[in-house]
Write a protein that binds this ligand. Structure first.
Ligand SMILES: *[C@@H]1O[C@H](CO)[C@@H](O)[C@H](O)[C@H]1NC(C)=O
Ligand SMILES: *[C@@H]1O[C@H](CO)[C@@H](O)[C@H](O)[C@H]1NC(C)=O
Ligand SMILES: *[C@@H]1O[C@H](CO)[C@@H](O)[C@H](O)[C@H]1NC(C)=O
Ligand SMILES: *[C@@H]1O[C@H](CO)[C@@H](O)[C@H](O)[C@H]1NC(C)=O
Ligand SMILES: *[C@@H]1O[C@H](CO)[C@@H](O)[C@H](O)[C@H]1NC(C)=O
Ligand SMILES: *[C@@H]1O[C@H](CO)[C@@H](O)[C@H](O)[C@H]1NC(C)=O
Ligand SMILES: *[C@@H]1O[C@H](CO)[C@@H](O)[C@H](O)[C@H]1NC(C)=O
Ligand SMILES: *[C@@H]1O[C@H](CO)[C@@H](O)[C@H](O)[C@H]1NC(C)=O
Ligand SMILES: *[C@@H]1O[C@H](CO)[C@@H](O)[C@H](O)[C@H]1NC(C)=O
Ligand SMILES: *[C@@H]1O[C@H](CO)[C@@H](O)[C@H](O)[C@H]1NC(C)=O
Length: 319
């Protein structure tokens, strides 16, 4: 091509080479469009996923077994993105986060449904599904944190495809952490309406009552048949308690408690004013005849304290 001399030269140039300019223009437009579609959009989509936050509105663990249980839940995804994409169903692994450190081994794997994002919050419902216990140690650690800590953090990791309008599917990495309230050691635990059965033979349940267990969390846990040791500082282990078909639900739980207390041990532990300070520590959690090691270890990690007025119980409610 010659250097352009003047107006006429430019006109002649375009008249002759217009198709070259058109091709260059189209190619440029195409490159920009392809860059947008294949480079910018995936980055925007991944950034939007990274910036979105997730919170549980409920999570439920039922039908426990040694290597699996049933999980269901609801979560809310919050995003400030202007896009409302759809992501394909995908599997996430759930990892426990302890002091900011994400465990490599997963607690479990959950099948997430197809999610169509709304503005600004999207409800996600995880239908009841059997999930594997991928690491018994991690489930145990999770259960211990849930019972003892004011809050618990988990991280959900997975890969899926995102669809936005007519654009090609975009591969995205899902990696969201979420924190929810834990049981914090069950500070509200108490035994209401305790009644002593003086005619019960030695070794048979002789103390009936109702365990009041406030659960301020969004978590439901089915533990099966739970036995707990009853001990005092003065006499050591003086008995045990059983809660059958223990299901801890959000809110105030009232569960029938049946206990055996050695009267000799109880009498030797009576404090001034007729009070007896009991320490209650879970021992076994058995579901359909199967011991659940992860819940048993968690139950043993915490001592529940309850003070009962033995004088009042014996005066008022003895059978
Ligand atoms: C998204 O977060 C991951 C870490 O979780 C990071 O490696 C990646 O660079 C982030 N991507 C974008 C596009 O921000
Ligand atoms: C999720 O995992 C299960 C079992 O590991 C597999 O059968 C299923 O195809 C996976 N689903 C997706 C969407 O990848
Ligand atoms: C999302 O779930 C919350 C309760 O978790 C409910 O109040 C709200 O109505 C739901 N929103 C939609 C769009 O379903
Ligand atoms: C979780 O509990 C710890 C210890 O009490 C507290 O420092 C932290 O702020 C809590 N985090 C959230 C997100 O509630
Ligand atoms: C998810 O993010 C956490 C924290 O940034 C990181 O430790 C972990 O390796 C990430 N997982 C994946 C699969 O990228
Ligand atoms: C008290 O114990 C006796 C003997 O085991 C039993 O027959 C009776 O049903 C018990 N009473 C109550 C209210 O549990
Ligand atoms: C109750 O405890 C005393 C010792 O504290 C013991 O001698 C007695 O055998 C126990 N009774 C039963 C029924 O276990
Ligand atoms: C409770 O203690 C009594 C007396 O020691 C014993 O017979 C019974 O088997 C114990 N029950 C449980 C569930 O441990
Ligand atoms: C709890 O024990 C009762 C009585 O032994 C039994 O009928 C019930 O099936 C047990 N529940 C579970 C969940 O195993
Ligand atoms: C226990 O109950 C008795 C009888 O009702 C009462 O006299 C006593 O003050 C109570 N003790 C305490 C510490 O409340």
């Amino acid at each position: 091509m010659k250097a352009f001399g003047g107006n006429g030269t430019i006109k002649r140039h375009y008249k002759r080479w217009w198709w070259v300019h058109l091709i260059v223009f189209c190619a440029g437009t195409l490159i920009i469009a392809l860059c947008l579609i294949y480079v910018a959009m995936p980055k925007i989509a991944q950034t939007d996923i990274n910036d979105s936050t997730l919170s549980f509105s409920s999570i439920t663990f039922t039908n426990p077994a040694v290597d699996h249980l049933t999980l269901s839940g609801a979560a809310i995804q919050h995003s400030s993105s202007i896009f409302t994409p759809t992501v394909d169903p995908f599997n996430v692994t759930m990892h426990l986060v302890t002091d900011g450190f994400t465990a490599v081994d997963a607690i479990t794997q959950i099948a997430m449904p197809r999610i169509h994002a709304h503005h600004p919050d999207t409800n996600i419902t995880v239908d009841p599904q059997p999930v594997p216990i991928l690491s018994s140690d991690q489930v145990t650690a999770f259960a211990i944190q849930l019972l003892n800590q004011p809050n618990v953090t988990v991280r959900m990791e997975g890969k899926t495809k995102l669809h936005e309008g007519a654009l090609p599917a975009i591969n995205i990495n899902y990696n969201a952490s979420l924190t929810f309230a834990g049981l914090n050691g069950l500070p509200g635990f108490t035994v209401i309406d305790p009644v002593v059965n003086l005619s019960a033979p030695a070794g048979q349940p002789n103390l009936m009552g109702t365990a009041l267990i406030p659960n301020p969390t969004i978590v439901t846990v089915e533990l099966g048949n739970v036995t707990l040791n009853i001990q005092t500082a003065q006499a050591g282990v003086i008995g045990n308690a059983t809660v059958t078909d223990f299901i801890l639900r959000p809110g105030d739980n009232k569960l029938p408690l049946s206990a055996y207390v050695n009267t000799t041990g109880a009498v030797s532990s009576i404090q001034p004013g007729g009070m007896i300070n009991l320490e209650i520590i879970g021992q076994t959690a058995v579901y359909n005849g199967v011991h659940l090691p992860y819940y048993e270890t968690a139950l043993k990690s915490h001592t529940l304290a309850v003070s009962l007025n033995l004088t009042q119980i014996l005066a008022g409610g003895a059978l």
